[in-house]
Design a protein around this ligand. Sequence first.
Ligand SMILES: NC(=O)C[C@H](N)C(=O)O
Length: 490
Amino acid sequence: MRSSPLSSTSPRSSSESETLTVHGYVRSVRKQKRIAFAVIGDGSTLSTVQAVLSPQLAEDLSTGAAVTVTGKWTPSPGGKQSHELQVEDIRVLGANDATTSPIQKKYQSAEYLRTIPHLRPRLPVNALLLRLRSLVTAQVTSYFAKNDFIQCHPPIITSSDCEGAGEVFTIEPAASDATPARVPGQSGQAKKLRDPFFGSPKYLTVSSQLHLEALAQSVDKVWTLSPTFRAEKSDTARHLSEFYMLEAEVAFVENLQDVMDVVEDMLRSVAQELQSSRVGQELLEARARDQGEEGTSVSHDTLAQRWQGLVDGPWPRIKYAEAIRHLKEATAQGKATFEFWPEHEDGLQTEHERYLAEHFGKGGPIFVTDYPRSMKPFYMLPSSPSGSDTVACFDLLVPEICELVGGSMREHRLPELQQSMADHGLPAAADSSAEASDGSLQWYLDLRRYGSVPHGGFGLGFDRLICYLSGVQNIRDVVAFPRYHKKCDC
Ligand SMILES: NC(=O)C[C@H](N)C(=O)O
């Protein structure tokens, strides 16, 4: 007798029957006078098993019930499947009232399914997305291990806003846990003022980059896949308040091209793994079945081309100034119409990024590099070490999603970093003897004081990558329990 996930229950070519036990959920049940059929799936594969049983055994069965079924795995006379399970015993582990169940065997919109995130993964395609995430995680882990990167666990609670964009969540214990603070001059009277748990306000991390920089300067090459948080109110298909970011930092790297090479190689390895995996095959199967259903996912062919676009290389690398020129030309020639006219000082709007990825990137990814310094955070190295108006940075743009990765060379020189912090309005004490004010980046400056090396790194929006690889168009539909403005229910 075997008991295993359906994904490892491969149909036998031998005609000899084998006793098999499967666990799963009833996807559908058809009861006739003398015979009943139940389709059983368990989320480990899109494939299902047809169970053939007597009407008595099928009596308590309803769609959605959790069952353990034992029977003979025999060649099927029906054309739809090579084998079927001739049931000898069935146990209903968890009954399901199919009439009141929030999951119904009919089309249910993505918006509706977002209201039941705890049940949504029971749908085979949502289970497939969980398996995709697991496969991509395994592949990036393997890629980094093979390339001598050390996996690190940077902190989630931080004292500064790395990106300086002011979109941080502040953390504090619940009010009842707050230590009563004594108010000076009111001896003996403990007044219930909030005494910050950590002494001063702390935040949920918006990026692990600064901490990774510290670690890279100890072990050379580091990476992490960690949750990050942004208190953005944007109601878009590409933003979440809690999301996973894959970040890496490489020490002793002199050139932005080398950092882009890591991104390109790593994503290529993920796409290759996907192309040869069962998860990949099933994703294509699912897309072929529901070709662009209700505008929630891309077609089979688009998805296959997307993966191939990641495998094919090298991906174009163009400078920001060139990108703006290209957009202006396209507008002037009537090849593109934008809501916002592309201007050097206005930055790239989403519509511009989309156009660049779809046209200049030949439908695949494209790196845009060397953005104006004024548009980027304080930690980026100038494009030319002697100073310039642009910084040695890149955004990787892909069709539909637009920005998938952002990275840069980091300013590793102390005086220049201090100047850049001052220019960006950040406190930048001149020497280490100055008392480090809470939340200051003294520790970050120390990295430049004590054995600094040229280094660079990047951050990739992991949930966006899952969207891109699966062809699902809304990030809220690829994250098991998505958190966004006004939404954090379970
Ligand atoms: N690690 C990175 O480069 C990510 C960057 N700090 C960001 O949040 O975009």
